[in-house]
Design a protein around this ligand. Structure first.
Ligand code: AHR
Length: 627
C-alpha cells in the first residue's frame, strides 16, 4: 500500500514526462517554413571507376577497342583459327590510323578458306549482350596487304557457337580507313555469353583499330538505356564530372586532359585511369555534356587544378598558367558561342548550341596536397571570375586567400557514423561559403550497399534536407559498378550491372524516394520521445499545398508516431505512404535478386491534422499529404 502511494505520487509529479516517454511525437509547424530547399539539392557524381563508363554507362560493347593501349599487349583479344586455318595476332606498335592512335592489332593469316576462316575475337565487357530483333551499329578502322579483302564480323554464342548476327564488310584497302557495319539479330534468345569475331577467308595480313559495336542507346547519344532510365528516376538536378580521382590522375600526365577527349575517336589517344585500367575516352567532355542535356541536369564541371594523386603538383605562378588557360578554354568549349575559338570547336564536334554552366569546381580533394591548395585555388579563382563573373566557384578544401562561393565536403562513413552524424549541419555557421557534399556514402555492403547502409544514408540525408539552405548540392559516390569479378575497385556503389541487366541498391531506391518527395521549403519538424535511430525531415510545397515527411526508423521494432501538424487547417483525408524496408539490416539487392528491397506505395487515411502512423522496422518512409 505504501509502495503504491509512492508510485501514485511519482506519476502525479512526473505524469507528463512518463506519458510522453511512451508516445513518440512528431510536431510539424507547417505554416512557418524556415528556408527554401535548394532546387539543386540532389544530383549525381561520376567518374571512370568500377567500369562506370567503359563497360558501364557508355554503350560501347568492345573492350579495348583501341587494342594494346593499356599495357602494350592485347588483353581482350584472342586469335580465331577455324578448321585448318593458321593465324597469329600481335600488338603492332609501328602502325595505327592516326598520330593519336599509332598502334593497332596485326592479324597475320597464313592459311584460310571459306570453310576455315581465321581472324580475331573480342570478349567484350564480360560478354556481349545479345537481344532478339535488335540492330547493333558497328565500325572499325583497318588496312591490309591484300587490297579488296572482305572481313566478316559476327556475334557468336560462347557456349553453342551459334551465330546471333553477321555482316560482311567488303573491299578493305591498303591504307588506314574507317569501315561501318550493322549487325541485326533475329529471333535469338537473350544472352550475354557472346563474343565478337572478325574473320577473313583467305591468307592476308590485316591491321585493325577502333573496333566498335553499339547496341541501341538512350536518345541515340551512346549511353546504355537501362542505366539512363535508372538515373532519370533519381530526378538529378546536376552532374559532377569528370571526377573524383579520375580528374586528377595518378600523375600529371594521366590527368583528365579534356582536349584529348573531344572530336572523332581516332583523335582521342585514350588514357590511363587512376583506377587501374585504360579509359577509352569515349565518354569525353561533349558526351558528359550531352548526358547532362539528356537528363536535364546542370553540369558541375570539375577542372584539373594542378594536383595529381601521387603527390605531383604544379606550383602557383607562371608554372600553373597553362593549366589555368586550359580551364578557361574548357569553360569556353562548354559555354562559348560559335564565334569563339572553343565554341566553334564544339560546333565542329556536332553541338553548336552552348551549354549553361553555373558551377565550376577547382580540383578534387585538394586537402591531400601537402604543398598547399590556397595559391592554386586563388589563381584559378581570379582568372575564371574575371572572365566569367557569374560562375560559382567551388573549392575542394578550405582556403584563406579568397572566399570560395561553395566548399565541397566529402563523407565516407560507417553506418554508425552516419547515424550519429545525421545532425552534422544543424548548427553549422551560415556565414561562410555554401556547402556541396560532392561525395558521400555509408560504406557497408558490396558491391552495392545493403539495407543497413540505406537506413544510415537516409538518416544522413534527412540532415542535408533540413539544412538545404546551406547544403546547396549533394551527390552519392560512387554511382556505378560493373559487378563482374575484377571490374570493381571501390565498394559500395549505388547501381550495379553486368552486360545485360542492372539493379538499384536499397540506397538507390531510398534516394529515388527522397528526390521524388521533396518540397520547396523546409518546415520545422520536432521529434520527441522516439528513442534512438529515428530521423525525420519535413518540406512543403505551398503552390501544390503538399507536405512531404521523411521518417527513417532504423530500429528492429515498429515506431508508432503521433503526428501533430500545426498551421495546416484541414488536411486531405488520403495520403500516400511509400516505404522501403526489409526483414534484416543486411538484406540487399543483387544482380541475381534485384528487387528484394524496393519501395512499396500505399494510401493511408488521415483523421485530421493529428494522427498516428506506424513505421515498419528497418524502414525508410516518405509520407506525402495535402493540406
Ligand atoms: O568515390 C571514390 C573516390 O573517393 C573519388 O574518386 C575521390 O574523390 C574520393 O577519394
Amino acid at each position: 500500500m505504501k509502495n503504491t502511494s509512492v508510485l501514485v505520487s511519482l506519476v502525479a509529479a512526473f505524469g507528463v514526462v512518463a506519458a510522453a516517454a511512451q508516445t513518440p511525437t512528431l510536431t510539424i509547424d507547417v505554416s512557418h517554413p524556415t528556408a527554401a530547399v535548394s532546387p539543386t539539392l540532389y544530383g549525381l557524381m561520376t567518374e571512370e571507376i568500377n567500369h562506370s563508363y567503359d563497360g558501364g554507362l557508355y554503350g560501347e560493347l568492345v573492350q579495348d577497342r583501341v587494342p594494346g593501349t593499356g599495357f602494350g599487349r592485347l588483353v581482350h583479344w584472342n586469335m580465331v583459327a577455324r578448321g585448318k586455318s593458321q593465324v597469329s595476332i600481335s600488338a603492332d606498335q609501328t602502325t595505327g590510323p592516326s598520330s593519336a592512335l599509332p598502334r593497332s592489332i596485326k592479324v597475320s593469316v597464313t592459311s584460310a578458306s571459306a570453310d576455315s576462316p581465321a581472324g580475331v575475337e573480342n570478349d567484350g565487357y564480360w560478354g556481349f549482350p545479345v537481344r532478339p530483333h535488335t540492330v547493333y551499329t558497328g565500325s572499325f578502322w583497318a588496312k591490309t596487304d591484300a587490297p579488296g579483302l572482305p572481313v566478316t564480323v559476327s556475334l557468336i554464342n560462347d557456349q553453342t557457337g551459334a551465330t546471333a548476327a553477321t555482316a560482311t564488310v567488303t573491299n578493305i584497302g591498303s591504307g588506314w580507313k574507317e569501315y561501318k557495319y550493322t549487325l541485326k539479330t533475329g529471333a535469338v534468345a537473350t544472352s550475354m555469353n557472346n563474343h565478337l569475331v572478325l574473320t577473313v577467308a583467305r591468307p592476308a595480313t590485316v591491321w585493325f583499330d577502333l573496333v566498335s559495336l553499339f547496341p541501341p542507346t538512350y536518345d541515340n547519344h551512346g549511353n546504355r538505356i537501362d542505366l539512363m532510365q535508372k538515373l532519370a528516376a533519381m530526378h538529378p538536378s546536376f552532374l559532377r564530372f569528370p571526377g573524383g580521382n579520375y580528374l586528377e590522375g595518378d600523375t600529371i600526365n594521366q590527368r583528365f586532359e579534356w582536349k584529348k577527349t573531344i572530336g572523332p575517336w581516332v583523335d582521342r589517344p585514350t588514357h590511363r585511369s587512376p583506377w587501374g585500367y585504360q579509359s577509352s575516352d569515349g565518354m569525353g567532355l561533349l558526351e558528359f555534356l550531352e548526358w547532362c542535356q539528356d537528363l536535364h541536369m546542370q553540369p558541375v564541371l570539375a577542372v584539373y587544378a594542378g594536383y595529381s594523386l601521387h603527390h605531383e603538383h604544379v606550383n602557383p605562378g607562371p608554372a600553373l598558367e597553362p593549366y589555368v588557360q586550359d580551364a578557361l578554354d574548357e569553360i569556353q568549349y562548354v559555354t562559348g558561342g560559335t564565334d569563339t575559338k572553343w565554341g566553334a570547336e564544339r560546333a565542329k564536334d556536332g553541338h553548336p548550341a552552348p551549354f549553361a554552366l553555373k558551377y565550376v569546381e577547382i580540383g578534387n580533394e585538394d586537402w591531400f596536397d601537402r604543398s598547399g591548395y590556397d595559391g592554386r585555388f586563388a589563381q584559378f579563382y581570379k582568372a575564371i571570375k574575371q572572365a566569367y563573373p557569374q560562375i560559382q566557384l567551388i573549392a575542394t578544401a578550405p582556403v584563406k586567400s579568397v572566399r570560395p562561393d561553395v566548399l565541397d565536403e566529402h563523407f565516407y562513413m560507417t553506418a554508425e557514423k552516419a547515424f550519429s552524424d545525421a545532425h552534422h549541419y544543424d548548427n553549422h555557421s551560415r556565414t561562410g561559403p555554401k556547402i556541396f557534399v560532392g561525395e558521400w556514402a555509408t560504406r557497408e555492403g558490396s558491391p552495392t550497399p545493403d539495407l543497413q547502409a540505406a537506413l544510415a544514408d537516409a538518416a544522413w540525408l534527412t540532415g542535408l534536407e533540413r539544412n538545404s539552405d546551406l547544403v546547396v548540392m549533394a551527390s552519392y559516390a560512387p554511382l556505378f559498378v560493373n559487378v563482374n569479378p575484377g571490374a570493381m575497385q571501390w565498394a559500395p556503389d549505388l547501381i550495379g550491372y553486368n552486360a545485360l541487366t542492372s539493379y538499384g541498391s536499397p540506397s538507390y531506391w531510398m534516394q529515388v524516394m527522397f528526390a521524388a518527395n521533396l518540397g520547396t521549403q523546409i518546415v520545422p519538424a520536432h521529434l520527441q520521445n522516439a528513442g534512438p535511430r529515428v530521423y525525420v525531415s519535413a518540406t512543403r510545397d505551398p503552390q501544390k499545398r503538399k507536405l512531404y515527411l521523411k521518417i527513417v526508423n532504423a530500429n528492429s521494432t515498429a515506431a508508432q508516431v503521433a503526428i501533430d501538424l500545426h498551421g495546416t487547417g484541414k488536411v486531405g483525408a488520403q495520403a500516400v505512404l511509400t516505404t522501403l524496408s526489409g526483414k534484416t539490416p543486411n538484406a540487399t539487392n543483387s544482380i541475381e535478386n534485384p528487387r528484394e528491397i524496393v519501395p512499396v506505395k500505399q494510401t493511408v487515411t488521415l483523421s485530421g491534422p493529428n494522427f498516428t502512423e506506424t513505421f515498419a522496422p528497418y524502414s525508410v518512409n516518405a509520407l506525402d499529404l495535402t493540406y
